[in-house]
Ligand binder design. Structure first.
Ligand code: GUN
Length: 326
């Protein structure tokens, strides 16, 4: 009989990371440094507002300072560049996050490139993209790249769960700048053999069936079916798709009374990019919700403390030594 697939609990792993970050924030506070995050949220995108509130709340829970800047939808690129320049110049701001997507009239690329690379806690600045490419590490360390949060979270799940990466065939579905490309690079840096599949890949199944680690980040509910998965593989599901059609819910979760009840109450349920039936074949998998999604904010907090330490830790250390000698 097949062993039951192991569930990789993102909520537990995120809690571990947040506890470590809180400890580091306390150590910095003892030196008079409160790590600080500035979040720029333009206009009113409902999903972005929810994410940003959650980021601000987590900062407070971990003993960090945060500030939310909310320019109106009509803001110009020039005005945003000025706002970012101000944040770059403020010493108490360690991390700057510009919530995406921005309105179509804003030059997103120019804005992301205006963020000081040392404060780029999203890891989107070309300098950090380049540093990630030349890095052999898959975590975030002072002095090395600030890595994008969702891919960094995936690597933490694999590492903290003791799952092997070196020598494994990792197949990534999706080539976005936020997830697909950086996670492919991080898996390569961790010595996996990496294949990246995307919308133009011919017959994706022939790659996914050979994957020891499959990372799905394409935003299509239940795209990866059981026939596309190698038994025993590690399945990492980055998709968070809201399904509102009752027939579709019944198709994804046949006989699952808890899901049916949830759907009846809320009128929707979340489905990843991997079909729930495929999880049964896995060696280990991240559930949706409660998997990869839970890690993203924890990694943002980790990046903010790392940025604070890298930029302010050394001088604080020197003044401590000077104080001790005095
Ligand atoms: N929008 C969706 N995901 C992200 C993210 O990781 N960072 C930012 N800044 N915006 C996002």
């Amino acid at each position: 009989m097949k062993a039951t697939a192991r569930i990789l609990n993102g909520i537990e792993i995120a809690a571990q990371i947040k506890a470590e970050v809180a400890e580091q924030a306390r150590a910095l506070a003892a030196r008079g440094i409160t790590p600080g995050l500035a979040v720029v949220l333009v206009g009113h995108v409902a999903a972005s507002e929810i994410y940003v509130r959650s980021k601000v709340k987590t900062c407070a829970e971990l003993g960090m300072f945060s500030e939310m800047l909310t320019p109106p939808e009509s803001v110009t690129t020039a005005e945003l560049l000025e706002l970012v320049a101000g944040l770059n110049a403020r010493d108490e701001v360690d991390g700057i996050l510009i919530q995406l997507p921005l309105p179509a009239h804003v030059d997103t690329r120019r804005l992301l490139e205006a963020v000081s690379p040392d404060k780029d806690v999203d890891g989107f600045h070309p300098i950090n993209v380049g540093r990630l490419q030349s890095s052999a590490s898959h975590g975030v360390q002072a002095g090395s790249a600030l890595a994008p949060c969702t891919p960094a979270g995936i690597m933490e799940i694999l590492r903290r769960s003791g799952l092997p990466v070196a020598g494994q065939h990792a197949v990534v579905l999706g080539r976005s700048e936020i997830v697909g490309k950086p996670v492919a690079m991080m898996l390569l840096n961790a010595s996996a053999t990496v294949t990246v599949c995307h919308s133009k890949t011919v017959e994706i199944g022939r790659y996914t069936r050979d994957a020891d680690i499959l990372v799905a980040a394409i935003g299509r509910p239940g795209f990866v079916t059981a026939e596309m998965v190698k038994p025993g593989a590690t399945l990492i599901d980055v998709g968070i798709n809201r399904v509102t059609d009752a027939a579709e819910v019944a198709r994804f979760f046949p006989g699952d009374e808890a899901r049916a009840a949830q759907f009846a109450t809320r009128g929707s349920t979340l489905v990843g990019d991997i079909h729930p039936a495929a999880f049964a074949l896995a060696g280990a998998y991240t559930p949706v919700p409660g998997g990869v999604g839970a890690l993203t904010i924890a990694m943002l907090m980790k990046n903010t403390v790392a940025a604070a330490k890298a930029r302010r830790g050394a001088s604080a250390g020197r003044s401590e030594v000077a104080a001790a000698k005095a």
